[in-house]
Design a protein. Structure first.
Length: 274
C-alpha cells in the first residue's frame, strides 16, 4: 500500500492513479477514499491524475489516539501534497472533507492549488451558536458521539439506510449495496477517531478560512441534504468566498456524489475545464 508518515508518526494511506492535472479528493466522515470510487474512475478515464487519501483514523490509515481535528487533517493533506510534489491541483472535498480542503488552503496557502470544490460540505459551521442561529443544536452531535461510542455498527447501518442518501424519502428505493459499502468503510476506521471527528466537523468555524481563499471555488449542495442542511451551509460558504460559485441541486441528498454520480461528475468536469 502507498503511505506517507506524518511528523507525529501517523501513516496516511493514499491512492494515486493516472497522469495529467492532479485532482485531490478529501472524503467525508466516517468513510474512506473508497467513497470516491465513482469520481476516481471517471476522471482517470478522462485523462486526469486522481489522488485520494484515508484521513487519519479512517480506512487504512493509522488508528491514532489523537490528532482528530482540522489542524491535523489540513496538515496531513499538506504533507501528502508536498510528498507528491503536486502543482496546479484541484481540491475536491465532500462533507467533512470540504472543511479539510478549506482549512488546508487557508492554513497552507494556494501556491500548489488551481481550484477547489466543496460538495455538501460542512463550512461555514454546523453547530448552532449565537453567531450561527441557523445551525444544528449541539445535542444533535452529542447524540452522534454517544452512538459511535456505544452502538457504532448499528448506527453505521441506520444512517446510510435513511438520511445520508435520502433513502427515507417517498419513492426512493434503498440500495443495499450502497448501504453495505458505507457500513464497510465506516467500520474500517477507528471508533476514537470517529468520536473525536464529530467535534471537528461540527464545531470548527471556517468563516475566516473561507474569506482567505482567493482561487475559484465551486460550491455544490443539494437542497434536500438532511445531514448538512442546505440553508446554513452551501449558500453561506459561497457568499464568504471571494471567487465562489454556488450550484444548487433540487432534491439531491447528502451522499449525492454516489447516488447522483453522473450529474456530479459532469458538473465537476465542466468546472475543472472552464
Amino acid at each position: 500500500m502507498a503511505t506517507i508518515t506524518t511528523p507525529d508518526g501517523t501513516e496516511i494511506f493514499y491512492k494515486d492513479w493516472g497522469t495529467g492535472q492532479p485532482l485531490v479528493f478529501s472524503h467525508g466522515w466516517p468513510l474512506s477514499s473508497d467513497d470516491w470510487d465513482a469520481q476516481l474512475m471517471f476522471f482517470v478515464q478522462h485523462g486526469y491524475r486522481v489522488i485520494a487519501h484515508d484521513r487519519r483514523g479512517h480506512g487504512r490509515s493509522t488508528q491514532t489516539s489523537d490528532g482528530h481535528d482540522m489542524d491535523h487533517y489540513a496538515d496531513d493533506l499538506a504533507a501528502l501534497v508536498e510528498h507528491l510534489d503536486l502543482h496546479d491541483a484541484v481540491h475536491i472535498g465532500h462533507s467533512t472533507g470540504g472543511g479539510e480542503v478549506v482549512h488546508y488552503l487557508a492554513r497552507h496557502g494556494e501556491s500548489r492549488a488551481a481550484k477547489a470544490v466543496l460538495i455538501a460540505a460542512v463550512p461555514p459551521i454546523m453547530v448552532k451558536t449565537e453567531s450561527n442561529p441557523g445551525g444544528l443544536p449541539k445535542e444533535v452531535f452529542d447524540g452522534i458521539q454517544e452512538q459511535v461510542a456505544t452502538n457504532r455498527s448499528a448506527f453505521y447501518r441506520d444512517l446510510p439506510s435513511t438520511a445520508f442518501y435520502g433513502f427515507n424519502r417517498p419513492g426512493r428505493e434503498p440500495q443495499e449495496a450502497i448501504i453495505a459499502n458505507w457500513w464497510r468503510q465506516g467500520m474500517m476506521g477507528g471508533a476514537k477517531a470517529h468520536y473525536d471527528g464529530v467535534v471537528a466537523f461540527s464545531q470548527t468555524d471556517f468563516t475566516e478560512d473561507l474569506k482567505a481563499i482567493t482561487i475559484p471555488v465551486l460550491v455544490m449542495h443539494g437542497d434536500d441534504d438532511q445531514v448538512v442542511p442546505y440553508a446554513d451551509s452551501g449558500p453561506l460558504s459561497a457568499k464568504l468566498l471571494s471567487a465562489g460559485t454556488l450550484k444548487t441541486y433540487a432534491g439531491f441528498p447528502h451522499g449525492m456524489p454516489t447516488t447522483e454520480a453522473a450529474t456530479i461528475n459532469a458538473d465537476l468536469l465542466e468546472f475543472i475545464q472552464s
